[in-house]
Structures are given as structure tokens and as C-alpha cells.
Design a protein around this ligand. Structure first.
Ligand SMILES: O=C(O)CCC(=O)C(=O)O
Length: 284
């Protein structure tokens, strides 16, 4: 897609699909790396279970719904944050200077839950509304195995809707958005071939449903980015620091230059397992 068309559809709908942005070879390497990560071979992950001798790859993969910050464990995941096809699209929608701050590796084997309606900017509050996700399908993502669903155009109001805890077993323990002027009939599933990428705006309402397939995974790598010009007050208000000046510096520059490079980088987050409903929701 031409850059201007890509930006036009992204601005109108809040998302765009980059068809086959990653080759089958690149996807295969990421799938192999996902096994090494889940086995704990690339470093410790908070909340991971100790390795059991003789476990198969399937046993290990089935254990986890999602691992946060795999780019801190794996050079390959880090390099994928900088994938040229994704970065070209990011610079078209965000601008020339782009930083990444989060990665999430979803495994989601059969029976695992989805994630309820939410807006990513509710969790990762950029100051200039530039948050953009690149959700890379590592398996074909279908309505059966729990692809993403979106509410097209829902980003355009520029409103963050309220959120609450829920007990819906279809979804993991993450809070859900509510009180928005759309319903499920407005939702569109985004089925993707492995290697394709859903690029979407941080204000876009989206969700996923459980993997209801009989067998297999719906693996995906979701990376989050924003404009390098914006500070990121993401849960880093150290005592005495006005929140407005807080700035999450656990970032990876993926395009252009970082106007705040003089601040240096700081390790704030460590890889961790996302709780799924089976493990119980920690409501502390
Ligand atoms: O992959 C999923 O099931 C949910 C991902 C998601 O909602 C996100 O990356 O914001």
C-alpha cells in the first residue's frame, strides 16, 4: 500500500493491515524463539513455572497465555521491534522519530481466554496520543482461534472510556472498558495470515475472544510504539516528581532520533507472565 493510502486508512479506521510483512522464514524463527523463551532458556521470567525434565515443547507452550517484554530476553524479538516493513509503516503514521516501549508474546493455545474490550492508551498514556501497536500474527489468526476484533473508527473521538474488573470467563484478568457508544454488532474481526501485521491506534477499542480451536495455538507478537518527541508518564512518578514530568525511559528507538537521549535509558520493567483466568486473577 502507498504511504499516503496507508495513513489515510489508518486515520479513518484506526487500523491498517500490512499483508505478509514478515516472511515465512522470519515467522518460523520467531516461533522457535518463542519455545526457547517459554522454556526459560533465554533468562528468568517473573511468574514462570520451573522447568520440568522431559517436558515437550507443547507442554511448555500450553502453560502460558502471554509473556510481557520478550524483547528484553531475545535479540531476535528486539530486532523484530525494528523490522523494516513495520518501521516504514510506523513512520508513515507516527512521524520520523519513533520509540518502542513494550512487547508481548501471545501463545494462546486452545481453551485459553481472550482479552476484553480495551484501548491501549488507557494502559500506556502517551502525551501526544501517538501510541500505536504492531500486532504480528505468528499463526493464521482466525475467529476460531481468537483473532483480534476492532470497533472501526472508535479512536476518532479521542476519548478514553472508563474501565472495570470483570468476571467474564471468556477473557483474561485484564480490566475491560465500558460506557462507549458502540456495541458488539459494530465489531469487525481481523483475520490475518501468519506474517501479516495489524497496525492500530492506541485509542482504538479492540478485544480478542478465546481460542476455541480443537488443537493448536494463536501465537502473536504485539509491539507498542509512540512518537519519540512525547514523554511517557507510565507509572514512573517517583516520590516528589510531578507526574507531568515523569518519563518512562525503558525504551528502544526504532526510527530517527531521540530528543531525550540526554536522559539516558533506565531498566524499569522485567519480563513477566500475564495471569490467565486458570491461575486466578490477582485483584490486589
Ligand atoms: O492478542 C490478544 O489476544 C490481545 C492483544 C491486545 O489486545 C493488545 O495487544 O492490545
Amino acid at each position: 500500500m502507498e504511504t499516503t493510502d496507508l495513513k489515510k486508512s489508518f486515520d479513518r479506521d484506526g487500523y491498517v493491515v500490512l499483508e505478509q510483512a514478515l516472511s515465512p522464514g522470519e515467522v518460523g524463527k520467531l516461533l522457535d524463539e518463542a519455545v526457547r523463551i517459554c522454556r526459560g532458556e533465554l533468562g528468568a521470567i517473573d511468574g514462570a513455572q520451573p522447568a520440568v525434565p522431559g517436558e515437550t515443547d507443547e507442554d511448555v507452550l500450553r502453560r502460558y497465555l502471554c509473556i510481557h517484554y520478550p524483547h528484553k530476553l531475545s535479540e531476535l524479538m528486539l530486532a523484530t521491534m525494528r523490522h523494516p516493513a513495520v518501521v516504514a509503516a510506523l513512520t508513515a503514521v507516527i512521524g520520523e522519530n519513533v520509540k518502542g516501549m513494550q512487547s508481548m508474546l501471545f501463545i494462546k493455545s486452545e481453551g485459553k481466554p481472550g482479552q476484553a474490550w480495551h484501548q491501549d492508551e488507557m494502559f500506556i498514556p502517551t502525551r501526544d496520543r501517538s501510541l500505536t501497536a504492531a500486532w504480528i500474527a505468528l499463526d493464521d489468526a482466525t475467529t476460531e482461534n481468537g483473532c483480534l476484533w476492532v470497533l472501526p473508527g472508535s479512536h476518532r473521538r479521542g476519548v478514553i472510556y472508563p474501565n472495570r474488573e470483570h468476571d467474564d470467563p471468556k477473557y483474561d484478568c485484564t480490566v475491560e472498558s465500558y460506557g462507549f457508544p458502540y456495541d458488539d454488532a459494530d465489531a469487525v474481526p481481523v483475520e490475518l495470515e501468519a506474517g501479516s501485521v495489524l497496525l492500530f491506534n492506541g485509542y482504538l477499542l479492540h478485544k480478542s475472544l478465546p481460542n476455541t480451536g480443537k488443537h493448536g495455538y494463536r501465537r502473536a507478537l504485539a509491539n507498542h510504539y509512540m512518537s519519540a518527541e512525547s514523554l511517557l508518564p507510565w507509572a514512573v512518578s517517583a516520590e516528589g516528581t510531578p507526574v507531568a514530568q515523569a518519563d518512562f525511559r525503558d525504551v528502544v528507538l526504532v526510527a530517527g532520533s531521540d530528543p531525550y537521549a540526554y536522559k539516558g535509558l533506565e531498566e524499569v520493567r522485567r519480563p513477566r507472565i500475564r495471569p490467565d483466568r486458570d491461575g486466578g486473577c490477582d485483584r490486589k
